[in-house]
Ligand binder design. Structure first.
Ligand code: TZP
Ligand code: MG
Length: 222
């Protein structure tokens, strides 16, 4: 098994530093999710989330199956957004839930203790709630205005990131409107793990972009 019980927390702490990559084919400038994932892996990314809002379950399942093979071969942690069924069927390392997805504790019953459950949060209350209900890590954002999400949520403000860093003991990933040009501000707040969607998948040269972003994290951690 790739991820084993008691080691899950340690391994997650280690993986969730640096850049957390997320797919989005509609922002990938004509490249497929598979092509983009290939480039992310080449660039040395250690965690990839499959996020795809426009395709059928079958299409998503097929892509996830392929990405599972690619990530296993390169020891990259693989998280599936929204679809608990697909995550289980392809034996992903984890599943990522939003506030409107299935209840965390019910998903836990289904997937077991070894699978990672990540939860998007937008407020201290949601963060505390995710912790109580058994999330393994949380998403924190959107920190800045983002046009990647359909039902655009107002930026939550950097104060929410401060709150999480100070009060929440789980790994977290800062997200939403973060770019190469404003990531210094997020790093300066103390964030150890950042996700950028359009900035990465929409880059002309994805590997080069990841390389530059990587160099901005202290000691080149990625
Ligand atoms: N969750 C909160 S903001 C967001 C998600 C999935 C989208 C972030 O996309 P971008 O392009 O990095 O602003
Ligand atoms: Mg969701």
């Amino acid at each position: 098994k790739f991820m084993v019980g008691g080691n899950k927390r340690n391994r997650l702490n280690e993986i969730m530093t640096g850049l957390y990559c997320i797919t989005s084919e509609e922002h990938s400038k004509g490249r497929s999710n598979i092509e983009v994932v290939e480039k992310m892996i080449k660039a040395g990314i250690r965690i990839i989330q499959y996020r795809e809002k426009k395709k059928s379950l079958l299409e998503k399942y097929n892509e996830c199956q392929k990405i599972r093979e690619m990530t296993l071969a390169s020891n990259v942690t693989f998280i599936v957004n929204d679809n608990v069924d697909i995550a289980m069927m392809v034996r992903a390392d984890g599943v990522h839930l939003g506030q409107d997805d299935l209840p965390i504790e019910r998903v836990r019953e289904l997937v077991g203790d070894e699978m990672i459950i990540g939860v998007s949060t937008h407020s201290p209350k949601q963060a505390e709630d995710a912790v109580k209900r058994g999330a393994d890590y949380i998403g924190v954002g959107p920190l800045y205005r983002t046009y990647t999400k359909e039902n655009v949520c107002e930026p939550v403000g950097l104060e929410y990131l401060d709150y999480v860093i100070k009060n929440i003991k789980l790994p977290y990933v800062a997200i939403g409107g973060i770019k190469e040009h404003n990531m210094d501000e997020v790093l300066a707040r103390g964030a150890g793990c950042i996700s950028m969607v359009t900035e990465i998948v929409g880059a002309d040269d994805i590997e080069q972009k990841i390389g530059r972003v990587k160099s901005k994290f202290s000691r080149g951690v990625l």
